[in-house]
Design a protein around this ligand. Structure first.
Ligand SMILES: *Cc1c(COP(=O)(O)O)cnc(C)c1O
Length: 728
């Protein structure tokens, strides 16, 4: 399951380079020296910049919108972000535009055209193009698959080509010329969100989702093909210029292969780089974010800087150098644009800092551990058996939404929850895939099952009647009681179970049972488990014989997968093991491939001295035998720390040392003895579950000390704890 590490930092660097190219397009740096050289620089090389921006958007945004994981809401959020930038840019250029008389005598239609296609200033067309492109591609995604979408976007690109650099070929063709005549009434160019953006957005999205990278990321081979396609594009552009076919010059046939291979080559370089240096990731991330923001602002601001440079040149009477020498002009614009953009990026970055969430007590969730556990569990199961993680009880205290989102990234697309509300919450937050409600849903809430496309467990025959009576189609898995005697219709009641299939409003998607002694390996328990599995499969066969096939059959939870891997059905409803621990310390130690996902940490609120003979806490349970240092931690039983760990039972870790809990644990505070820990200050971090230095406290330790199982400790983690995913 280990994925190759991919670094995208190179894409962020290339964005800045692309922005520098865009500045070139608008300043024609080589014009003073050679018109052809300038044509090459700005109209050929420069033309890779904007498609590159579209491809990055495709890879990082559109790919998500097209996958099953996002909803229209997310698309709108994204569009809103771009629209906001566009709005700001419009305001920035309003004075310049007014001064230049651009907005005089505009009709309503011209205004719309300007806003939607051409941009209110010459370079601003990019923003509406991005919005229209994203919406168009999302729309296509609703009823097309990737190959069809690529074909459709390719067709639009061809229409665009004939309105752009190949216009000369169709200018005289009767009907076609009329078509373009009308088209140019609507938009002044074809390099916009309809004809140019979609194909590059989709290429980026396709690259993000494709199973195998081209030639396994062979940089040399990719560079060679890139070079050849770029030469072809150069040839193409000069030919078009020679025959004066161009109406505008931003679209070429060879631009498609150039962009594809350029992007692949960059990604392949990213693989090499990331293989070499993995350290200092955080700094790299911050830098990457700065580069990204800065490139956007170079793009937005450079035309204004051009105005400034021209103005300044006039004032200091240096026009012959600063304006008329095209190269100096270009460099001057860059010399101002780049630093200004970086300053803006730094300011925005500081302003957008995430709210501080490690203030009091919090949970850190280790992404790498989760991936390792998913990998381990999958490796025990045949490929036909899907994981259906149990994210009930807020994912055993880990945070259901956070976990579901992380699991989706690991290609998990089925979940089970205990209640209809838990399922509805996940759906509202955009979690896709199957969600099975394992527990009881009140008939008054059946509507939620339909609204949020949840699958309900049939608890027994009587419950099925109620579900059916609701009158709308409900998807169900039939719960079968094979010996736990909790939920489910008894396995021997074949007729009642068969009757569920015949209820006209119920769609039976699966049949399952739950094992109740799969965690222990006594002879009697093993036998019992076999009997349970036998009863389920006997039922399945009997149903089949009646012409009632079970689409999906499942019975394993965590211990079922670990102890009885050959019982694998179509799903494994894994809970506790997925979170990297097992119910007891002993079991957890036996399966040392599992890695705990959750750590629990809290701040030291204050440090004080307790003098000999003084007592502390509720009930004055603890008395100091000699003068000693104690620390007050900002965490209590309301945060899920079992009160049973009070006085002499539990301990926490501070600077890698054990600090015993003293007195009674309070609702929001806990006292610890720090006599054997070095220097402790207010604000230091105490570890209640997790590693500190070499030492570890596991959730299993807490369970053992407080006389329960790990599952209970985890699922009772408090709601007021901040939860955050960490790691790569
Ligand atoms: C909670 C639950 C699970 C998950 O159990 P784990 O032992 O945590 O893996 C699976 N199936 C059902 C019916 C459950 O209630």
């Amino acid at each position: 399951m280990m994925r190759e590490k991919q670094s995208y930092a190179i894409l962020d660097k290339f964005r800045v380079f692309a922005a520098v190219l865009v500045v070139a397009i608008h300043t024609s740096p080589l014009l003073s020296y050679s018109e052809s050289a300038d044509f090459f620089f700005t109209r050929i090389l420069g033309r890779i910049a904007v498609p590159f921006f579209f491809m990055v958007t495709g890879q990082f945004a559109v790919a998500g919108f097209l996958s099953t994981k996002k909803q229209f809401y997310d698309v709108l959020q994204y569009v809103k972000k771009i629209a906001l930038l566009y709005g700001i840019a419009i305001l920035i250029y309003l004075p310049v535009g007014i001064y230049a008389g651009q907005y005089e005598k505009l009709g309503v239609w011209e205004c719309v055209r300007m806003l939607v296609f051409d941009g209110t200033f010459y370079h601003l067309w990019y923003f509406p193009a991005c919005i229209i492109g994203v919406l168009l591609v999302y729309g296509m995604g609703q009823f097309m698959r990737m190959p069809q979408m690529l074909a459709a976007a390719g067709a639009l690109y061809v229409v665009g080509l004939f309105g752009d650099s190949y216009y000369g070929l169709v200018e005289e063709v009767p009907v076609v010329a009329d078509f373009y005549g009308i088209l140019f009434q609507i938009c002044s160019y074809t390099r916009n969100g309809v004809f140019l953006a979609p194909v590059f957005l989709l290429l980026g999205a396709w690259i993000a989702g494709r199973p195998k990278r081209f030639a396994n990321g062979n940089v040399r081979l990719l560079s060679l093909i890139l070079l050849l396609s770029f030469l072809a594009m150069t040839e193409e552009a000069f030919l078009l210029r020679h025959f004066k076919l161009q109406r505008h010059d931003s679209m070429y046939v060879a631009l498609l292969p150039v962009m594809y291979f350029l992007y692949e080559a960059l990604l392949a370089c990213g693989m090499l780089v990331s293989g070499k240096k993995q350290k200092r990731r955080r700094n790299t991330q911050v830098l990457a974010r700065l580069l990204r923001t800065a490139s956007t602002w170079v793009y937005i601001l450079h035309p204004a800087i051009i105005v400034v440079v021209r103005g300044a040149a006039k004032v200091v009477k240096a026009e012959s150098l600063l304006v008329e020498n095209s190269l100096v002009h270009y460099l001057a614009v860059l010399a101002i644009s780049l630093p200004v953009a970086f300053v803006i990026a730094v300011v925005l970055n500081a302003w957008k800092q995430e709210p501080f969430r490690r203030g009091r007590a919090w949970i850190e969730l280790d992404r790498g551990a989760l991936a390792a556990n998913v990998g381990l569990l999958r490796s025990l199961l045949p490929p036909s058996c899907k994981l259906m993680p149990a994210v009930k009880a807020d994912a055993y205290g880990h945070g259901a939404l956070l976990m579901a989102r992380e699991l989706q990234k690991l290609d998990v697309d089925a979940f089970c929850v205990a209640s209809v509300e838990e399922g509805a919450m996940l759906r509202k937050k955009g979690v896709k895939g199957e969600i099975l409600v394992l527990g009881y849903t009140h008939p008054q809430q059946f509507g939620l099952l339909c609204r949020y496309h949840l699958i309900q467990t049939v608890i027994d025959h009587h419950y099925a009647v109620q579900l059916n009576h609701f009158g709308r189609k409900i998807h169900v898995h039939i719960g079968v009681d094979t010996g736990m005697h909790r939920l489910g219709e008894r396995s021997e009641n074949l007729d009642q179970i068969a009757a569920v299939y015949r209820m006209k409003n119920l769609v039976v998607d699966g049949v399952y049972t739950h094992l109740c002694v799969s965690d222990t390996d006594g002879r009697r328990d093993k036998q019992y488990t076999k009997t349970q599995a036998g009863a389920l499969y006997q039922l399945v066969d009997a149903l089949k014989a009646q012409g009632l096939p079970c689409p999906k059959v499942h019975l394993q939870a965590s211990y079922g997968v670990l102890n009885y891997p050959d019982l694998a059905g179509d799903y494994a409803r894994v809970g506790i093991a997925l979170y990297g621990v097992l119910s007891t310390k002993e079991d957890t130690e036996k399966w040392d491939g599992l890695q705990p996902v959750l750590s629990l940490k809290a701040r030291v609120a204050t440090v004080k001295t307790l003098y000999q003979g003084e007592s502390a806490g509720y009930g004055l349970q603890f008395t100091a035998k000699k003068d000693m240092k104690i620390a007050v931690l900002a965490i209590g039983y309301a945060d899920g720390l079992p009160r049973a760990l009070s006085q002499g039972v539990g301990h926490v870790l501070l600077h890698g040392q054990a600090a015993p809990i003293i007195g009674r644990i309070c609702m929001d505070q806990t006292l610890v003895d720090i006599s054997s820990v070095g220097k402790v200050r207010a604000g230091d971090v105490a570890v209640l579950i997790g590693y500190s230095g070499e030492r570890q406290i596991s959730a299993c330790d807490l369970a053992e000390q407080s006389g329960t199982i790990t599952n209970e400790i985890l699922s009772r983690m408090g709601a007021r704890l901040e939860r955050m995913v960490v790691g790569v």
